[in-house]
Design a protein around this ligand. Structure first.
Ligand SMILES: O=C(O)CCC(=O)C(=O)O
Ligand SMILES: [Fe+2]
Length: 303
């Protein structure tokens, strides 16, 4: 087996990793090299890895506990609930419900109480052009804010809401009702410290409705600014897929978006495994913003 080679692909994030055959298990030193590269580059690209569902799950297990996708229990591989199919292949003659997955900037499963730690996505079929995925570096987003603005954000909580997934309202009505029931709005800290790097980062996205204790009117302009700032081109790595690319990203310190810039009559078929994140956040019981006292009690109740 040849040596692992890590080659940066972008300034903000992204590195390719070659010299590994992921169909077989990793040696401890290979796993450590991958973890170190992941910490440094946030997004790793492993080209030419033609894995079965079992092999993808086994590979993902190297980095933590694999999510079973119970918060969004559709389009899982029938034999492997750990594998979510992100695909525009029609099923039973109906359009796929995951054909527009990831069309606004987000961190996977941030609308749950275990936001995904990381995700591992493998490309099986792709259109001739387009269908790229972009990733933004949330350390940079935080570090480039002014000190007073960082101080304002420190200690704030943001309400993540599954209904803000782009195109959510166009899903099947029964699915909408079920997804809302399973995933009530949940508040997470806006500024978090990455447990492995110790660096602070911004944890917001297009799927945030408001800040806890603030009205939507007060929150909206700040959220719009933060989302625009966080996804500025210099913080972004854009991935152009090849078949059998595996791309893995750290959801704790990146946002991503899947672009619909391709001919939708061409197949795009991806398999995804996600890593279970640390418990975080507290459920917002109704749509009204919580006052600070209620928020403090809720935080105390879960910590
Ligand atoms: O299809 C893609 O490129 C990414 C979709 C997405 O957001 C995801 O799989 O988490
Ligand atoms: Fe995603």
């Amino acid at each position: 087996m040849s040596e692992i080679t890590v080659r940066p692909l972008g300034y903000a994030a992204g590195a390719s990793v070659t010299g590994l055959d992921l169909r077989t298990g990793l040696r401890p030193e290979q796993r450590e090299a991958l973890r170190a590269a992941w910490r440094e580059h946030l997004v790793l690209v492993l080209p030419g890895q033609d894995l079965s569902a079992e092999q993808l799950i086994a590979y993902t297990r190297n980095f933590g506990e694999v999510e079973r996708n119970d918060s969004v229990p559709y389009y899982r591989d029938p034999d492997h609930p750990e594998v979510l199919l992100v695909t525009n292949k029609p099923r039973d003659g109906k359009p796929s419900q995951t054909r527009n997955t990831g069309r606004n900037w987000h961190s996977d499963l941030s609308y749950t109480n275990r936001p995904a730690m990381g995700s591992v996505l493998m490309c099986k079929e792709k259109p001739p052009v387009g269908g790229d995925t972009m990733f933004a570096n949330m350390y940079m987003a935080y570090e480039t804010l002014s000190a007073p603005f960082r101080a304002f954000l420190d200690g704030l909580h943001a309400v993540h809401d599954i209904t803000l997934i782009k195109g959510f309202e166009r899903r099947d009505p029964a699915q909408i009702a079920e997804l809302k029931k399973r995933n009530p709005p949940i508040a997470h800290p806006v500024v978090r410290t990455h447990p492995e790097t110790g660096r602070k980062l911004l944890f917001i996205s297009d799927r945030v409705r408001s800040f806890v204790g603030m009205t939507e009117e007060e929150s909206r302009p700040i959220l719009d600014f933060l989302n625009r700032h966080a996804t500025t081109p210099e913080f972004v790595y854009r991935h152009r897929w090849e078949i059998n690319d595996i791309v893995m990203w750290d959801n704790r310190c990146t946002l991503h978006i899947a672009l619909p810039d391709f001919d939708q009559t061409k197949l795009r078929h991806m398999m995804r495994c996600s890593l279970l994140g640390e418990p975080s956040g507290y459920v917002i019981q109704d749509d009204a913003p919580m006052d600070e006292q209620a928020a403090r009690s809720a935080i105390a109740a879960v910590s």
